[in-house]
Write a new protein. Structure first.
Ligand code: T5A
Length: 212
């Protein structure tokens, strides 16, 4: 029996994170791990879902400053971690989170240009003891990811940002992911069945290592 784990899935819009989270849950289920909670960031509590709406909304004569956006992402994360993720992990559940701290480093740090040390200070201040056991980074090119997102529905305020913004965001992801412990990088530009196959292979490998 493996002890419960905190798994995070990261990547740009359209990388396939939602699909990957469900896929990981199914693989864990097949390995007889049933007690699993799926969450998304920002969101997954009533207050955090309201914050999510706020970050995506178009304000005609106003806008969120980059600092406000960063703090809103952290406000939503604190709500979710304190009220849902920590209690779930403490009670022995596995948690799979669609995004976590790396998203803030990539979007608000890399994309919007907020200094990394400001973001890492927030991280240390609020989540020092919550380090993901595994992070899966789905690496998609911004062009392909945004094309998929466009096909799905109309773009929100973050998704409407320039290609340059998403290029900087991806660059930051790739830089930070290298320093991140326990990370698996998956090429998410491929067809969905190939991505699913690769996720399955890597997750099974990871679980087997944990059992041995
Ligand atoms: N944000 C979030 C920050 O700026 N800072 C933060 O700290 C945090 C936590 C969240 C927004 O908030 C920002 C980032 C985001 O802009 P969101 O709606 O949750 O908003 O955005 P995403 O998390 O990016 O969600 P998406 O749904 O856009 O992307 P997913 O979940 O990666 O992609 P998925 O699985 O929904 O797939 C999208 C579409 O592509 C298809 C799917 O079928 C679907 O139609 N698809 C593929 N098609 C072909 N080939 C593949 N390999 C495919 N994979 C998926």
């Amino acid at each position: 029996m493996i002890k419960n784990k905190f798994i995070v899935v990261e990547g740009l819009e359209g990388a396939g994170k939602t699909h990957a989270c469900i896929c990981i849950k199914n693989i864990l289920n097949q390995c007889n791990i049933k007690n699993i909670l799926l969450v998304r960031q920002p969101g997954s509590t009533p207050i955090a879902e309201e914050i999510r709406k706020l970050t995506k909304k178009n304000f005609n004569n106003d806008y969120l400053t980059k600092e406000t956006e960063l703090l809103l992402m952290y406000a939503a994360r604190i709500q979710l971690v304190k009220k849902i993720i920590k209690p779930a992990l403490d009670s022995g559940k596995w948690v799979i989170s669609d995004r976590h701290n790396l998203s803030s480093l990539a979007y608000q740090g890399g994309g919007l240009g907020i200094k990394k040390n400001i973001i890492t200070q927030l991280q240390t201040l609020f989540f020092q003891n919550l380090i993901p056991d595994l992070t899966i980074y789905l690496d998609v090119s911004p062009e392909i990811g945004l094309e998929r997102a466009k096909k799905r529905n109309t773009l929100d305020q973050i998704e409407k940002r320039s290609l340059q913004f998403f290029k900087k965001t991806r660059k930051s992801y790739l830089k930070n992911i290298k320093k991140n412990k326990n990370t698996i990088i998956i090429n998410a530009n491929s067809k969905i069945n190939i991505v699913t196959h690769n996720i399955t292979k890597k997750i099974l490998n990871w679980i087997n290592k944990k059992i041995i």
